[in-house]
Design a binder for this molecule. Sequence first.
Ligand code: AMP
Ligand code: ZN
Ligand code: ZN
Length: 431
Amino acid sequence: MTAPRLQLILSLLVVAIIGLGCERPADLDDASSSSPEQATADEPVILVSIDGVRHDYLELHGAPTLERLRDEGAYVERFIASFPTKTFPNHYTLVTGLHPGNHGVVSNTMYDPEFGERFSMGNDDAVTDGKWWDDGEPIWVTAEQQGRTAATYFWPGSEAEIDGIRPSHWVPYDGRVPGTDRVDQVLEWLELPEAERPSFLTLYFSKVDSRGHRYGPDSEEVGQALREVDGYIQRLFDGLDERGIRANVLIGSDHGMAPISPDRTILMDEHIDTDDVFIVDYTPVAMMNTRDGVDPAPIIEALDALDQVDAYHRDDIPAELHFEGHRRIPEIIAIAEDTWSLSTTGYFERNRDRLEGGAHGYPQQNDSMQSLLIAHGPAFESGKRIDTLQFVDVYPLMTHLLDLNPAPHDGSLEAAQRLLNPEYAPAAAAR
Ligand code: AMP
Ligand code: ZN
Ligand code: ZN
């Protein structure tokens, strides 16, 4: 007998003994058959982010557990982020189904003209303040509002109260916490009594990204980091198996990584008068606002004239970038060609180490910025491969799996449903 089957029988016994089964049609449906369609919204969804894994990393570097899960589960070969391909905007897109122009986290570093304040990832006051996040509704808010429990082991936005709600279980960001502790906490949450047990969880690892920045995407250091995180994923699946927990696990990444070099750096102050602008974010997408009375047109023209730069006014950004609609999008957006960096002489001198190794932020259409998604669990079709999926499609997928009413979003459930086991029906549909 398999562990999940044993667990099912044990839970039935418990339900029968304590006599609480009468109001639980979903549980009874779940228990009535062992075929794949028994997968129900009672199964937790675990969203795992391995920061900065490019779509080709498994072939390039090797990661035995991820490769096995990819082959056993459903797999997206090109997982397409939103612009800019930075960590905070894209993690928030994954959990809201909104492009950054709609959820408002338009980069890792932002300026809000209404608040008159700046946001950066390392600024705890900003990161924990819901006013930066509440233009989007993350799935943990959707879940908690609909009577479910959510738990986050790190996720941008999870430390703030959004619409008056936090995940029931969450932890302040601390990149020093060992990966094994993160996994063990997630497993512990899954063993809580039913009233506190989460049905949506997150897990996050940053090391592949930080090594990618420092050493570049092709380096052995990135390979080592990937295999280290691969070990944490193995620990997660071993822990689920030992406990007989069936879960739908999404393992993806927020963007890829491109090699950069100080030799491929454009010093913007050689082409524009940087006293005319406030630079909000530097590279590889420079975002800036003009000072009072300064005409942005000649600045945009001068930057756009460079071979390795496309520069736009915020009102003319190409539609395929879906980067519009929010006051936090600065007036001028200058995008470097893949593998190039944007800087100023001063920034270059202060941050030379950030201009070599690897970077991301470029348009999501760039091959180098595309990541991958593995979908493993009873809801997904084993062995299924799809060529592309957009990040915005993940929120409707997860609300579907959890039988939640989604908030308005920019994604397509239809696109994401291609990953599903055709026999699968969430509990509500089966009722
Ligand atoms: P990026 O600069 O876009 O490469 O961002 C990656 C970095 O974001 C990680 O190395 C972490 O230092 C940081 N980070 C990731 N998640 C969080 C979080 N929830 N809170 C604060 N910082 C974070
Ligand atoms: Zn990232
Ligand atoms: Zn990064």
